[in-house]
Write a protein that binds this ligand. Structure first.
Ligand code: DAH
Length: 344
C-alpha cells in the first residue's frame, strides 16, 4: 500500500505539472482527491490493516493528500497568473493609434446666443428667472391684461396670437413679458432678473418671420431706478454683445407696459452706418425694446409706484443671432440642416 501511495503521489504530481488549464486541474482533483478518487479507495481499505499499519499508512495517505492539495493550489495560482497575463496582453491598447472618427455634436446657434446673453447679464448682476414663472402656454390675462394692454389692442387679435381650445383665454404666449408679471407677483423688489424662452405668433412664415421664435426678457425693479440706469445697462449689454466699437442709439417708441419706452438701435453691421438693404437705408438696426415699467403694471402686481420704479427690456434671439453672423433667413434656424448648423 505504501508503494501504491507513492505511485499515486508520483502520477498525480506528474499530471498536475503537465496540466494546461484550470479544467485539467479539476480533473486531476476529481481523479485523486474526490470521494470516489484513488486516495479515498486506499483509505477505505485501512480497516483491514493492523493497528500499527493503519497508523503508518493512514498518516502517509493524509500526507499524500495534503501534498497534492498544496500542489493543486500552487499550480492553480500559476495557471491563473498565466491566463491573466494572456488576457492583459490580448486586451492591450495602443494609445498612440488615431481613434475612430465620431461626428461631433454642436450647440445650436440660438442656444449659443442665449447662453452668451445670459452670461453677459449675469455679469451685470442679473439672475435667471425660475422657469415656472415663464410658461409657454399662458393666459391672455398675464400675457396682455396685466401688462396694461387695452382690451382692444390689435396684438390681441386672432391674427397675431395663437388661441387654444384648452380653455377660453388660454393662448400660446406672444411675448416673454408675461414673465415679468409672474416674477413680481412672487417676489417683492429688489428684482433683477432675465428670462429666456420661446414665443409664438400667428404670422405667415417668411425669411424674416417664423411663428415660433425666442426672446429674452429683462426686469429690474428697485428704489430710485431711472432711465439713466436703463441706458447704462443696455449700452453695456450691446457693447459686449456686438463689440465696443459699435455706436448705439435710444429711439423713443411705444409699448403698453412701459412709459417712457425706447427701442435700442445699433449701427448697421453690414454697411457701418452708410445705409444698405439690411438696415433699409437708415444705417441703424433695431436690436431690442425697453422702457421704464409702467405705473399701472406695478400697481397690478401690488408694488407701490410711489416707492419703486424699474425698467424692462425684451430682445429677439433670432434677430440678434442673424445680425451678429449676417444670416439672412430665420428659417435656417429651424430646418436643422447640418451644413448650416456646423458653422457655429
Ligand atoms: N414684448 C415686446 C415684444 O415682444 C418687447 C419688449 C419691449 C419687452 C419693451 C420689454 C419692454 O420688456 O420693456 O415686442
Amino acid at each position: 500500500m505504501k508503494e501504491k501511495l507513492e505511485q499515486i503521489l508520483e502520477e498525480a504530481a506528474q499530471e498536475i505539472k503537465s496540466a494546461m488549464s484550470v479544467q485539467d486541474l479539476d480533473e486531476v482533483k476529481l481523479k485523486y482527491l474526490s470521494r470516489k478518487g484513488e486516495l479515498n479507495s486506499i483509505k477505505k481499505n485501512l480497516k483491514d490493516l493492523s493497528d500499527e499499519d493503519k497508523r503508518v499508512i493512514g498518516s502517509l495517505a493524509n500526507n499524500v493528500s495534503n501534498q497534492l492539495e498544496q500542489m493543486l493550489e500552487d499550480k492553480n495560482n500559476e495557471l491563473y497568473k498565466i491566463e491573466l497575463d494572456k488576457k492583459l496582453l490580448s486586451e492591450k491598447i495602443d494609445i498612440t493609434l488615431p481613434s475612430d472618427f465620431r461626428p461631433q455634436g454642436k450647440i445650436h446657434p440660438l442656444t449659443q446666443t442665449v447662453n452668451e446673453i445670459v452670461e453677459i447679464f449675469q455679469g451685470l448682476g442679473f439672475s435667471v428667472m425660475p422657469s415656472e414663472y415663464s410658461p409657454e402656454v399662458e393666459t391672455e390675462y398675464i400675457n396682455f391684461d396685466m401688462l396694461n394692454f387695452p382690451p382692444d389692442h390689435p396684438a390681441k387679435d386672432m391674427q397675431d396670437t395663437f388661441y387654444t381650445k384648452a380653455a377660453p383665454n388660454v393662448i400660446l404666449r406672444s411675448q416673454t413679458s408675461g414673465a415679468q408679471i409672474r416674477q413680481m407677483l412672487n417676489q417683492k423688489p429688489p428684482v433683477r432678473v432675465i428670462s429666456p424662452g420661446r414665443v409664438y405668433r400667428c404670422e405667415a412664415v417668411s425669411a424674416r418671420k417664423n411663428n415660433l421664435f425666442h426672446q429674452i426678457e429683462g426686469l429690474l425693479v428697485d428704489k430710485d431706478i431711472t432711465f439713466g440706469d436703463l441706458k447704462g445697462i443696455l449700452n453695456e449689454f450691446v457693447r459686449i454683445y456686438f463689440g465696443s466699437a459699435r455706436p448705439t442709439r435710444f429711439r423713443a417708441s411705444y409699448f403698453p407696459f412701459t412709459e417712457p419706452s425706447a427701442e435700442v438701435d445699433v449701427e448697421c453691421i453690414m454697411c457701418g452706418g452708410k445705409g444698405c438693404r439690411t438696415c433699409s437705408g437708415t444705417g441703424w438696426l433695431e436690436v431690442l425694446g425697453s422702457g421704464m415699467v409702467h405705473a399701472n403694471v406695478l400697481k397690478n402686481v401690488g408694488i407701490d409706484p410711489e416707492i419703486y420704479s424699474g425698467f424692462a427690456f425684451g430682445m429677439g434671439v433670432e434677430r440678434l443671432t442673424m445680425l451678429k453672423y449676417a444670416i439672412n433667413d430665420i428659417r435656417l434656424f429651424f430646418n436643422n440642416d447640418v451644413r448650416f448648423l456646423k458653422q457655429f
